[in-house]
Structure formats: C-alpha cells, structure tokens
Design a protein around this ligand. Structure first.
Ligand SMILES: N[C@@H](CCC(=O)N[C@@H](CS)C(=O)NCC(=O)O)C(=O)O
Length: 215
C-alpha cells in the first residue's frame, strides 16, 4: 500500500479493465487499485472522469487516462519487456478496431439480447462468429495473432473472446475453431490470467488500496 503510485479504478470482470490490467502487469507498472462496483461507483472516480467507465488511471501528476487502450499504451510506453508493441502497429490497430467496433456490438446483443429492443441473440452470435472465424484462420499459422509472440492485439482482444465463449460455453466448444479455442485456453490457464483476475473488495474512500500487481 502506498500513496506514490498511479491509481487504477478497475472492475474485475470488465474486459476493458482486464486488458488494462494485463498491460500493467506486462510492463511491470504497479498501481494502487480501487475496485469499483458499476452500480455504486465512487464519487472520487466520477469527479476525475465524468463519463464514468472503467478502467480509469490517474497518474501521479494528476493526468487522467479514461480509455483502456490509452492505459495499455501508457503502460507499454513505460516498459515493454515482452515486446507487445513490436508487431506491425497498423495490423494490430485494425484487429483491435474490429474487436471494439463490430465484434463488441454483436457480442453485447448476443450476451444481453433482452437489453436491446428487437435483438435476436442467435443472429448477433452469427455475426460475431465471423470475426472469430477470421481470428481462427490467423491463428492457424501462428500461436499469436501477429506472429510467434504475444502482442498488444492478443491481450486487447482476449478478454472479449473470453466473454463471448462464456456466454454459452457448450456452443463455443462445439465450434470448429481449434486455433482460437487453444489460444483462449492458453490464456485462461496462464499465471498472467490468474494475476489479473485476483479478487479485491469494493473500494470506498479511506479504504486501503492494494498494490496491483502484488509484489
Ligand atoms: N471505451 C471504454 C469503454 C469502457 C467501458 O465501457 N467499461 C464498462 C464496463 S465493462 C463500463 O464502465 N460501463 C459503465 C457502466 O456500466 O456504468 C474503454 O475502452 O475504456
């Protein structure tokens, strides 16, 4: 616990917050973690980031990063010992844009069809599956999306594919996406995944702020 670290407002299961935590761990950048419950967000977070989505990273100088990709890029600019940014940037950005745009659109309507007027879950699953088939084809040639090493794109996208898979695990497992399935499985079985999914109690003002990742 310390006052000298950047502060990360995070929510364990949020795929955007997960990708931010993944990059923080990879870069070796410690933060003071404030675990948020989305229906009960702390005023301290809304004050610095009125759009009130997680993750939010407040740097020591007071600068606020309120987009998960900005948090990833900031962490990896500090240090990138695993070479996440060494793959072709335009290629990675295109993959992430497809994920955050069309794939996420259909994922939300598949997973939460009842929240979207007129949405038919299976139709959105079919649309989202097109992106997953493309990823599977890419992974046929390499263990990771952009080559033989894990990249920014892999870790920006994996939390969303996990969410898709968990929506109906039996259906996901029955698809013919062997490379995608093994890519996800390796991630879920990794120590890195365990570190970023560690549970923390909801933070309120005055509570201790655990250092993430733990030393
Ligand atoms: N574009 C943002 C999206 C973040 C986002 O939408 N996070 C969700 C949780 S997964 C959120 O905080 N939603 C606000 C809410 O549910 O109140 C980013 O990349 O950080």
């Amino acid at each position: 616990m310390t006052c000298d670290l950047p502060i990360l407002y995070s929510f364990r299961r949020c795929p955007y917050a997960m990708r931010a935590r993944l990059a923080l761990v990879a870069s070796g950048q410690a933060v003071a973690l404030r675990e948020v419950v989305l229906r009960d967000k702390p005023a301290e977070m809304i004050n610095v980031s009125p759009k009130a989505t997680v993750p939010v990273l407040v740097l020591e100088g007071g600068a606020v990063l309120e987009e998960s990709l900005d948090v990833m890029n900031w962490a990896l600019a500090e240090a990138d010992p695993e070479g996440w940014l060494e793959a072709d940037r335009a290629d990675m950005d295109e993959l992430v844009a497809q994920n955050d745009g069309p794939f996420k659109h259909h994922l939300d309507r598949y997973k939460y069809a009842n929240r979207y007027e007129g949405a038919v879950a299976e139709e959105h699953r079919t649309e989202a599956s097109k992106t997953l088939s493309d990823l599977d084809a890419r992974l046929a040639g390499n263990d990771w999306l952009c080559g033989s090493r894990a990249s920014f794109a892999d870790y920006a996208i994996l939390p969303f594919v996990r969410q898709f898979a968990n929506t109906d695990r039996a259906w996901f497992d029955a698809q013919s996406w062997p490379h995608l399935q093994s890519w996800l499985e390796r991630f879920l079985a990794s120590d890195r995944f365990k570190v970023v999914m560690k549970k923390y109690p909801q933070w309120s003002a005055g509570d201790p702020e655990p250092t993430f990742p733990e030393a």
